[in-house]
Design a protein around this ligand. Structure first.
Ligand SMILES: Cc1cc2nc3c(=O)[nH]c(=O)nc-3n(C[C@H](O)[C@H](O)[C@H](O)COP(=O)(O)OP(=O)(O)OC[C@H]3O[C@@H](n4cnc5c(N)ncnc54)[C@H](O)[C@@H]3O)c2cc1C
Length: 367
């Protein structure tokens, strides 16, 4: 008998499932996808969109069109609660939707570590915020310099800083400034060469990098650092790390140490065989996984197979996170830094490789 599959979030780990909705419907099942926006943005190309390398429609998926075009239902809303007993999800609008099988790919949100003042603040997630920041900068008077503080010391802050420089160059805004403010050390989780190359390139592009700033706070139009330094800025980008959405703890479900949905080797919720998950919103209990899109992408095929198996009453496949992955940082103006295991190199070629991989990914799933 046909079952109801509900997809909470149309993120990176649901791409293969979303592509196969017509197959599931052909088997007699119903599919409903729920997400707060009709479009989902590919994060790997987000900083490039900020810098102007990509247009927003080149890096986004029309989830609603993709779902409805295959006979599924798309509901534009947020899942705010999961009731495992009743097998329902409650949406922000108050609507309740029942499910037989539920798959969660709701991602992560930026960890907030400072108070808000009068300055517009753009958290790096959702990626739409980078599009909004670009528009806000472009709306400033022609040629007027702009000052942006990027708060956070990880790779997304480095990519955003470099791509802001690209935007200022392309938009003709001499005298503009980017302050990259790291609470502790710049890109501390990466090897020395990666840090040196990223820092060296950004410094050459006149990004002002400050380390050990402590927690920044916003007062009026200024960013105030713990050493008393104050920087007047037009915009703030918040790249202070991410953690899984609070949906699962709000629903009193079992979560891992990072607050993600606790799943086993089958990407299945440890307390309920009818619930699955992938991407940043899960805590993979067999081993901790970094919050990178690479894992969400790798989980696609197993997640889809296991959803089909759960709907059809078949056996589940094990997810193997795989070995070391390739990382390429897009630092703007066609420059990248690539890392794979101990191997690191920089220049135009890494950016070219990243661009090729990212465009291929879009081509595969955008249609
Ligand atoms: C600027 C930036 C650049 C990055 N670059 C890279 C990179 O180059 N390579 C890499 O591997 N990783 C990169 N990452 C990390 C990457 O973004 C994440 O690991 C990836 O987005 C995880 O995919 P996801 O599908 O789990 O989550 P998301 O991409 O966040 O997708 C989750 C989806 O669920 C929706 N959603 C959220 N809450 C709910 C809810 N309550 N109900 C229903 N729907 C909901 C969201 O709208 C979204 O569409 C980058 C991150 C940032 C911030």
């Amino acid at each position: 008998m046909g079952q109801h599959l509900v997809l909470a979030g149309a993120g990176h780990a649901h791409m293969v499932t979303l592509q196969n909705i017509s197959v599931l419907i052909g088997k007699g099942h119903r599919v409903t996808a729920i997400g707060p926006s009709e479009h989902h943005f590919y994060s790997g190309m987000g900083p490039g969109m900020l810098g102007g390398t990509y247009a927003s429609d080149e890096i986004s998926f029309n989830s609603k069109k993709g779902v409805e075009g295959q006979g599924g239902t798309f509901v534009k809303d947020l899942v705010v609660r999961i009731d495992c007993e009743k097998k329902t999800v409650t949406l922000q609008s108050g609507t309740e939707i029942g499910y037989d099988v539920l798959s969660c790919n709701c991602g992560s949100q930026v960890v907030s570590s400072f108070g808000y003042g009068e300055i517009p603040v753009y958290p790096v997630k959702p990626i739409e915020n980078l599009k909004n920041l670009r528009q806000a900068i472009k709306q400033k008077k022609t040629g007027e310099p702009v000052c942006v503080a990027v708060i956070g010391g990880g790779p997304s802050s480095a990519e955003v800083a470099g791509n802001l420089i690209q935007l200022f160059v392309q938009d003709g805004r001499p005298g503009s400034k980017v302050h990259l403010l790291c609470r502790s050390h710049f890109m501390s989780g990466f090897n020395e060469k990666v840090r040196k190359y990223c820092r060296g390139y950004l410094a050459k592009q006149d990004v002002i990098i400050a380390e050990n700033t402590g927690n920044a706070s916003l007062v009026g139009r200024e960013v105030v650092l713990t050493d008393g330094n104050r920087i007047e800025v037009d915009f703030v980008v918040q790249a202070t790390g991410v953690r899984p959405v609070s949906l699962f703890s709000d629903s009193s479900m079992t979560t891992g140490p990072d607050g993600g949905l606790a799943v086993n080797e089958y990407l299945q919720y440890v307390n309920d065989p009818s619930i699955f998950g992938g991407g940043d919103c899960i805590s993979f209990m067999p081993q901790p996984l970094s919050k990178v899109g690479v894992y969400a992408v790798r989980q696609n095929q197993v997640l889809y197979s296991n959803l089909v198996a759960a709907l059809d009453g078949k056996g589940l496949q094990t997810f193997d996170p795989g070995g070391e992955f390739l990382l390429v940082f897009n630092l703007g103006c066609g420059y990248g830094v690539l890392q794979k295991m101990g191997f690191v190199f920089r220049g135009k070629l890494p950016f070219w490789i990243k661009d090729l991989i990212d465009r291929r990914f879009m081509k595969r799933f955008q249609g």
